[in-house]
Design a protein around this ligand. Sequence first.
Ligand code: GLU
Length: 383
Amino acid sequence: MAQCDWREKRRQVMSQARRVVIKVGSAVLAGPDGVDSLVIASLARQIAELVASGREVLLVSSGAVAAGRAVLAGRYDPSFLPHRQAASAIGQSRIMHAYDQEFSRHGRIAAQVLLTRDDLDNRERYLNLRNTLSTLFALGAVPVINENDSVAISELVYGDNDCLAGLLVGTVGADLFVNLTSARGVFAENPDENPTAKPMECIDNIADLDLDAMCGAKTTLGTGGMYSKLLSARRVAQLGVPTLILAGREDGALTQAFGDQGVGTFIVSGCKPITRRKFWLAYHHEPQGTLTVDDGAVRALKDKGKSLLPAGIVDVAGEFPVGSMVRVAAVSGEVVALGLCNYASGDLRKIMGLKSTRIAQVLGEAAYEEAVHRDNLLLDPAI
Ligand code: GLU
């Protein structure tokens, strides 16, 4: 995108965004005694200003483990998962207390919501959550969301709050995602190795970036690092939502960014947004298996927008029932799509490589012609 185009786009987005998800990481919030109260005070003040200007803000805040481990001090062992979960339980109430006090100074109510992956991949809970969040917005409250670390075990976890916040952009239909980090934005080169490196002002081709090559290191606090921030930005770009990655420890950075000053890195959204349903299908469910498909099938999916037929499948990995979320991979191993599979893994192994007209002969009935229907398929997934 030409320089003037993205600047104009950014100006429009910042002035017109009405519903914003803001995520703040542990590395921004942590201070020597747990959580830095000055950072919380500054965030609450700036967010209260945004709400007063007619915007609805959902805050995804980490920092529970960092706050709790400061309380536990010498008794805390970071390599022991139950200690991290306990530290989160201890720290979460302290963080919320701090937000509550600071928001109320500006006449705003903070509302805590703790979530696990289970909550968003269950359609009923997902809808309940959406209702609660829209009621909170209507009441002028600021939802403050964190992962429910104390009950989160491997199959329940998002892994990091960047992922959770990105999914919530879809849940609440936000029109902007702001990710507050300990860095001043996204750097093309490592600023520790090259002190003159400057953050990139704009990324207009997030789908084409090689994230593995760009992001070697992770920050020590928090679990995400820049990789997971860019991955989430890529996901929300598919929904048509831009991301701003901004320095969270700089007092006033949010106000400046909404006041049309070009700080941070602006990540332009995709021009052909996917539906919220496809976003929910693809990113709220853990894939249960992988269908490897031949080159002809890859072309049919990618270039012609077709459904995946059993004929194009050369291998089925994993055991899964009908209706499971699966990866669709090329023979090279590259994942080209995520989709809902019409057949269980056992049946699919019997009909893979066969023309659809033979499905009934082999299985007794042909419930579907397609293995994965294109309406249930997300191409180029950010995973
Ligand atoms: N939920 C964790 C916490 O509050 C942090 C997870 C993350 O940093 O992404 O400390």
